[in-house]
Design a protein around this ligand. Structure first.
Ligand SMILES: CCCCC/C=C\C/C=C\C/C=C\C/C=C\CCCC(=O)SCCNC(=O)CCNC(=O)[C@H](O)C(C)(C)COP(=O)(O)OP(=O)(O)OC[C@H]1O[C@@H](n2cnc3c(N)ncnc32)[C@H](O)[C@@H]1OP(=O)(O)O
Length: 219
């Protein structure tokens, strides 16, 4: 099979690349709960002013938990399916730093399909802080990269970002619902020109344009 000429809605099977594929719906509720708890833990650790005895005790507890969990690891590149809310599914790496289901450090951007492209809402805490009270510019780029990569993948076929350009229009605030949208502008063979936007309180804070190059699938 070749997907290097025209846009297609067909997603290549990661197993053709030797990568395991997990059904998103098969992940246990206990794992989602653990990921969410550790997400909160990262925020608590980043901001705690607890006394040294409490800190030492917490470090020992966390080390113990790490030893218990780190006994059976997934293969690097493990992929997972994700429902896009319109009956279609997306495939992404399970620990993707922006959207990965099992990554406690991820804001877990849940992009959904819209008639225009894709859309997500996310509120970020101080773990994503750059300037005081503001989202780090690198994270803004990372979220836009994910949003444009995702729309390119679901509307054509999966690819890698060759070029990404960000315009930071206004400061992007923490603790504020952010609306992230992305869409495909045009496609030329393997080249997919995509764009995205972040808004806070309805005002654009950042805009991105990118060139995605679609992955060639082996016969
Ligand atoms: C590998 C994955 C396998 C798994 C597949 C299965 C399932 C996957 C499922 C889901 C994944 C989907 C979505 C994930 C969503 C978001 C993730 C965020 C995105 C990322 O986090 S991604 C990481 C950062 N990204 C990189 O790590 C790329 C490093 N890079 C390279 O790996 C190569 O650079 C590559 C592959 C990009 C191109 O290499 P290549 O050899 O395939 O193609 P080539 O160089 O021939 O370029 C072809 C045409 O694009 C033009 N072109 C190229 N680069 C350009 C540039 N910068 N500016 C202007 N034009 C450019 C050329 O000029 C030519 O144009 P022309 O055809 O007209 O001559």
């Amino acid at each position: 099979m070749t997907v290097n000429t025209q846009p297609t809605t067909e997603t290549p099977d990661p197993r053709a690349f030797g990568l395991p594929l997990v059904e998103g719906g098969s992940l246990p509720a206990e794992l989602h709960s653990l990921v969410s708890s550790v997400h909160d833990l990262i925020d608590a650790v980043g901001n705690t002013r607890a006394d040294t005895e409490t800190l030492a005790e917490a470090a020992a507890t966390v080390r113990g938990l790490t030893d218990r969990l780190d006994v059976d690891r997934r293969q690097v590149g493990t992929m997972v399916t994700r429902d896009l809310g319109d009956g279609t599914t997306e495939i992404g790496t399970i620990t993707n730093i922006v959207a990965g289901d099992t990554n406690p450090a991820a804001p877990r951007l849940a992009l959904m399909r819209t008639p225009e492209g894709m859309r997500a809402e996310v509120t970020l805490n101080t773990i994503y802080q750059g300037p005081p009270g503001l989202v780090h510019g690198g994270w803004i780029a990372a979220m836009l990269d994910q949003a444009v990569g995702s729309v390119s993948s679901v509307e054509t076929s999966p690819g890698l970002t060759a070029r990404l350009e960000i315009d930071y229009r206004r400061p992007t605030p923490l603790f504020t619902p952010l609306e992230i949208t992305s869409w495909v502008e045009r496609t030329e063979g393997r080249k997919v020109y995509v764009a995205g936007r972040i808004r806070a309180h309805g005002q654009v804070t950042a805009e991105g344009k990118a060139l995605m190059i679609r992955v060639e699938v082996p016969e």
